[in-house]
Design a protein around this ligand. Structure first.
Ligand code: SF4
Length: 427
């Protein structure tokens, strides 16, 4: 951000311009103003830099990492390989068990995608001490450790404060706090009587971020965890605070992403995007869904993709994927795949709607391939070629220029023949 403010074109900016089909001159003022961020820790040498901003291609993130119940790092590595192969822009390691450092270091050594973490989770397992015994310095030291490791963006729940305790205790929320990091900080503040260290020592955190060029993802501890809590006092008070912290970070040339809801009814999504853009001064919005209904466990990749598409078309820059296992279990590799595809569809649909340059090219090529009944070309332009091809081949038609849906009643085939003046032989 400092380079951009001084008009210096970095190698990262040049690469982002190339990937986004933009000129460096177009991007430079957006990075300087904080409206586009390039999450690129100085120590992440394997990174292929990406830009995050509402006017760019919508980016997607896949959450990975082990839990105390399922601690198979080999499986997580397979998920990382899949996520990278499928073109995920970012991977967040949310590991919450054991020594997390080797996996984090492997990610940073090998992964071209942006790497994000949530240091507050790691604090408890890093020190192997109970939450109430941790000090503000302990939390900040873990932020430093992640920055030194090369993490590109770190989620920090800086906007939950002691004021939030009384809002939540007021009992107006159905789901209280559903953010893992937010709930830990709430519990820590309750047990110690102290202020949130990520809020109180924000300047020290900025020093660390500035030193390593680590972007802050301002966590939404008070995101709505059900439709009933959407856009309430607690969520908006935190968002106002995140807007203030955004300006403090920008004054120190630290890049910021703001995290957002959560569960939201469809009619509230656009207003929430507008509120974030206004209250957080155009900082890129990173939404966790939003899930548009609470009643579809097992299918929340779909509820999130509906919300994500509306959010991104209305100004969100970055979508965190949701898998079918959301609310239920640590996702397996197949669920990770479904989450990524659902999120990619939402992001792509939004990019077409908001006119991101070149966004519709692949759709137009797919339409041409469909019109020619050119199946090989259709696999080439499909978001998930393997699934598409397997479906067609598993139920192959007698006439290979159709599919078993309509066979000789194929509308495309009939029209092609009719327009060419040929006879249409159905029987
Ligand atoms: S057979 Fe029907 S579904 Fe299949 S390609 Fe032709 S029109 Fe489309």
């Amino acid at each position: 951000m400092e380079a951009a403010k001084q008009g210096i074109i970095t190698e990262q900016l040049r690469r982002v311009a190339e990937k986004e089909h933009r000129t460096v001159e177009e991007l430079l003022p957006l990075v300087a103003a904080g409206q586009v961020v390039i999450c690129a820790n100085k120590r992440h040498k394997s990174l292929d830099p990406s830009g995050v901003g509402a006017m760019l291609k919508t980016k997607i993130n896949a959450n990975l990492g082990i839990s105390g119940d399922i601690k198979n790092y080999a499986e997580e590595v397979k998920k990382v390989e899949l996520a990278v192969k499928m073109g995920t822009d970012a991977i967040m390691d949310l590991s919450s068990h054991g020594n997390t450092q080797p996996f984090r270091q492997q990610l940073i050594r090998e992964c071209p995608a942006m790497i994000g973490t949530v240091p507050v989770y790691d604090a408890v397992i890093h020190y192997q001490r109970d939450l109430s015994t941790l000090t503000a310095a302990d939390f900040i030291n873990v932020v430093r450790l992640h920055a030194e490791n090369g993490v590109d963006f770190a989620t920090m729940h800086c906007g939950i404060t002691r004021e939030t305790l009384s809002q939540i205790k007021g009992g107006h929320r159905k789901m209280n706090i559903v953010s893992r990091g937010g709930s830990l900080l709430y519990a820590w503040m309750t047990m110690t009587g102290e202020e949130n260290p990520f809020y109180e020592h924000f300047d020290e955190i900025l020093d660390i971020c500035r030193e390593y060029d680590m972007t802050i993802s301002l966590g939404d501890a008070c995101r709505s965890g059900c439709l009933a809590d959407g856009t309430d006092n607690c969520q908006i008070t935190e968002l106002i605070r995140l807007g203030e912290l955004t300006q403090r970070a920008w004054a120190r040339d630290v890049q910021v992403i703001v995290e957002g809801p959560g569960h939201l009814a469809m009619d509230q999504i656009q207003a929430n995007m507008k509120l974030e853009q206004t209250l957080c001064h155009g900082a890129p919005f990173y939404v966790l869904g939003p899930l548009v209904t609470d009643i579809a466990p097992g299918y929340d990749h779909i509820t999130a993709a509906i919300g994500g598409a509306i959010a991104a078309a209305s100004g969100a820059a970055f979508l965190c994927y949701v898998t079918p296992a959301e609310h239920l279990a640590l996702p397996n590799i197949n669920e990770v795949r479904q989450g990524i595809i659902a999120s990619q569809i939402a992001a792509h649909a939004a990019d077409i709607a908001k006119g991101v340059p070149g966004a519709r090219n692949q759709d137009d090529k797919m339409a041409a391939a469909r019109q020619k009944l050119d199946w090989d070309a259709q696999w080439q332009y499909a978001l998930d070629p393997e699934t598409a091809q397997n479906l067609w081949e598993a139920r192959k038609p007698n006439d290979l220029d159709t599919c078993t849906m309509c066979g000789k009643f194929c509308a495309v085939r009939s029209m092609n023949k009719a327009l060419a003046g040929e006879t249409i032989d159905i029987l």
